[in-house]
Design a protein. Structure first.
Length: 68
């Protein structure tokens, strides 16, 4: 017997309105309502950009340590 948590629904119902989900391709999360997918993906992009910037700074620091 499957519980409500285990079911694979693509829409939820709140206050007699159906909210359809969109699945994030980056993390696989279901986003309700689907109009929030764009801001969710923007957060993924910002996080990636900050990680790339931090990695660049670490690479520069390591290169400076090799030279000295």
């Amino acid at each position: 017997m499957r519980t409500a948590l285990a079911s694979d629904r693509v829409a939820i119902s709140i206050a007699n309105k159906k909210l359809h989900a969109a699945k994030c391709v980056e993390c696989g999360a279901k986003i309700y309502p689907s109009s929030l997918l764009k801001p969710h993906l923007a957060r993924h992009r910002l996080k990636h950009e900050s990680l790339v910037t931090e990695l660049r700074e670490l690479q520069v620091t390591i290169e400076r340590m090799k030279i000295a």
